[in-house]
Ligand binder design. Structure first.
Ligand SMILES: NC(=O)c1ccc[n+]([C@@H]2O[C@H](COP(=O)([O-])OP(=O)(O)OC[C@H]3O[C@@H](n4cnc5c(N)ncnc54)[C@H](O)[C@@H]3O)[C@@H](O)[C@H]2O)c1
Length: 322
């Protein structure tokens, strides 16, 4: 297959590119970001890197016309970004998604849309099934713009599906692994990793009892690959994650243990200090993965301990070199 990955130079997109190329497919990456995560693929004849935006409609049209499948992963991701720049979050995640779907519709190309567990908001139900309610806060609280933007993206997917576009929505749950983000920014792993490398304390926002289901990147990539290979999942929305629930405190303790001797300790910080007023954390976030297992045939294989061991190792090497 020829495959277009928007946001393909990001964390998930770079690993998906590796997996698709390893299986003999041809990959076109369209991304405005840094080349760092796909630099190793530049010599591959089956890899094409286009440093541009999903807002370049002519380019998007041309690329879409020549591929068989589109993974739409381009987005503004990460709490610090969506709290700092709600306009850009909404613009890229809503208007950009519409651009991708419009082009795909024009050429009738299948789309796999990368959505998020954030769409469930703070629905207290555990675990979340794909048709569970979305429970979100007020629109005056910027924190909800990411969840809302992704949910609008999903609505657009289903609207286009009703008009005949083959499209599948995947909702990722806290995926981590090598190349995640720069240390000290982005998601909880990279914040803790930066602190560990500097011998600083691991700062837990809130009381540390909030839970997440951390998914190792190879398991998420397998779900993406399988979704791309199975047209029978058109029109479906599927949770992608593990049901192994871990509190942020346990996560920090495990990272400390796996990192080995260090000066770092655990320190609790006030949520408002870190994200400012108006940020609301989600206390528990657990997927029901029945659809992933039955429709995609994917069973998570990498335990948290093993995944963290591999990821810590990768970051250590990476930051020793730089
Ligand atoms: N990693 C996770 O745990 C997770 C969880 C939930 C959802 N997701 C979703 O999966 C997708 C990929 O996430 P990721 O973790 O790889 O994040 P990421 O930030 O590493 O990747 C997103 C990529 O999109 C690119 N991008 C942003 N605006 C663009 C534009 N206008 N045109 C082209 N490219 C643009 C960025 O440069 C970046 O490389 C996102 O849509 C995200 O919402 C990821």
């Amino acid at each position: 297959m020829r495959v277009l990955i928007t946001g393909g130079a990001g964390f998930l997109g770079s690993h998906l590119s590796d997996a698709l190329i390893a299986r003999g497919h041809e990959v076109y990456v369209l991304d405005t970001g840094s080349i760092a995560k796909v630099r190793h693929l530049l010599g591959e004849p089956a890899f094409h890197y286009i440093h541009d935006s999903i807002f370049n409609l002519e380019l998007l049209d041309g690329l879409t016309s020549k591929v068989d499948l589109v993974y739409h992963l381009a987005a503004v991701v990460g709490v610090e970004h969506y709290v700092a720049d709600p306009y850009e979050t909404l613009n890229v995640n809503v208007n950009g998604t519409q651009n991708v779907l419009k082009a795909a519709y024009k050429y009738n190309r299948r789309v796999i849309f990368g959505s998020t567990s954030e769409v469930y908001g703070r629905n207290p139900k555990v675990p979340w099934r794909e048709n569970d309610d979305r429970v979100l806060g007020a629109t005056t609280v910027d924190r909800w713009c990411y969840a809302t933007s992704k949910a609008v993206g999903e609505h657009f997917c289903f609207a286009y599906h009703r008009m005949g576009l083959p499209v599948t929505v995947l909702r990722f749950f806290n995926v981590y692994g090598p190349r995640l983000d720069h240390v000290d920014v982005g998601r909880v792993f990279t914040i803790f990793m930066g602190q560990l490398l500097r011998g600083a304390d691991l700062t837990i926002v809130g009381d540390g009892r909030q839970t997440r289901c951390f998914t190792y990147v190879s398991d998420a990539v397998e779900a993406m690959v399988q979704a791309g290979l199975r047209p029978e999942v058109n029109g479906e929305v599927i949770n992608v994650g593990t049901e192994e629930e871990t509190s942020i405190l346990e996560f920090a303790q495990l990272m400390l243990k796996l990192f080995g001797p260090s000066k770092s300790r655990i320190r609790f910080v006030n949520q408002e200090e870190v994200y400012g007023p108006g940020y609301e954390d989600i206390p528990r976030r657990v997927p029901d993965t029945t659809k992933m297992r039955t429709l995609l045939g994917v069973v998570p294989r990498v335990s948290l301990e093993e995944g963290l061991r591999r990821t810590i190792e990768w970051f250590r090497k990476e930051y020793r070199q730089s």
